[in-house]
Design a binder for this molecule. Structure first.
Ligand code: RRO
Length: 307
């Protein structure tokens, strides 16, 4: 078992928010999904206060090494999530992390407060980094905005707060430091990198209904590694590292760069069991290298060590 923000987890592999629909997977695989759940904790797709339709189609574009999504946050809104999704997600055999997003700090605080007393919820992830809507990205691109968000949200819950960082800004590490200083318990990164594809039949016109989208998959793995390393050098809080992980080796690299958990996202679209496979591969790598799974090393920023 490993401990993450006081939550006990069987292994370090979780899903990236919005990349695995556990309710649909339960319909497809039945109770076998519960017996052999691929992730050590489940992070649900972003919830907003009001229901949203999401972006116009097309919403996906496949790349040589990943994909671009422009989903635009379709969801049932807080009331729909509480009534329909939360009871089903609470049946999963692993801790539940609810991802929320709002267009103002007050809106995010309202969402956080709604989950504060829910025993089914182990932690909350604040999405300040969606590339596909105008709001949200702003808060996560600027350390001052992120600090103000935490100031509004932190007093509303005792549950662990994870801040999901964007790679689309000048300094993710500065944003991580602001989040930590203002009460975040952990940070997660990377969300997707803004990108676009041209419609092959309409030269110069974007393929995606939303115009631009978020690039994920193997194409972003080297960027994720560099950003996790940079954030680790600035903060002590645990890091959920993700970006293009396809194997246990990739997961080990992110852990070695300073992550405490690893998120699997795009790979689950190719293989819904990828999380379990990657966890098994990681355990094998660690068994063969003499690394013992146990309490994670205390997070010590490199900066502090060199002082
Ligand atoms: O729904 C989306 O389009 C989306 C979100 Br909320 C996000 O955080 N990251 C992403 O790549 N897509």
């Amino acid at each position: 078992m490993i401990s993450f923000c006081g939550i006990q987890l069987r292994h370090p592999i979780v899903n990236g928010s919005g990349t695995f629909d556990a309710i649909a997977a339960r319909r497809a695989f039945g109770d076998a999904l519960l017996r052999d759940f691929p992730f050590a904790a489940f992070v649900s797709k972003t919830v907003t206060l009001a229901p949203r339709q999401g972006n116009l189609p097309p919403r996906l574009w496949e790349l040589a090494a990943g994909m671009i999504n422009s989903i635009g946050l379709p969801n049932k809104g807080l009331d729909g999530y509480l009534a329909e999704d939360l009871p089903r997600l609470a049946e999963l055999p692993v801790p539940l992390i609810v991802n929320v997003m709002g267009s103002t700090p007050e809106e995010v605080a309202t969402l956080v407060a709604a989950f504060a007393g829910r025993e089914e919820v182990a932690a909350l992830e604040l999405n300040v980094s969606c590339p596909n809507v105008k709001t949200g990205l702003l808060m996560g691109a600027d350390p001052g905005e992120t600090a103000a968000l935490l100031d509004a949200v932190r007093p509303r819950t005792a549950k662990p707060l994870i801040v999901k960082l964007t790679p689309n800004c000048a300094s993710p590490a500065a944003v991580a430091a602001a989040a930590e200083q203002h009460g975040a318990d952990a940070v997660s990164l990377v969300n997707t990198l803004r990108g676009m594809a041209i419609d092959p039949r309409r030269p110069g016109q974007p393929w995606l209904g939303g115009g631009t989208g978020g690039v994920s998959g193997p194409a972003v793995r080297a960027i994720a590694l560099a950003q996790v390393r940079e954030v680790r050098e600035r903060v002590r809080v645990p890091i959920v590292g993700m970006g293009g992980v396809q194997s246990g080796r990739h997961a080990r690299d992110l852990l070695d760069a300073g992550a405490d958990l690893v998120g699997v996202g795009t790979e689950s679209f190719r293989d819904p069991r990828a999380g379990g496979r990657i966890a098994a591969e990681l355990a094998e790598i660690d068994a063969n290298s003499g690394i013992v799974a146990g309490p994670p090393k205390p997070a010590r920023p490199r900066i502090a060590q060199s002082l």
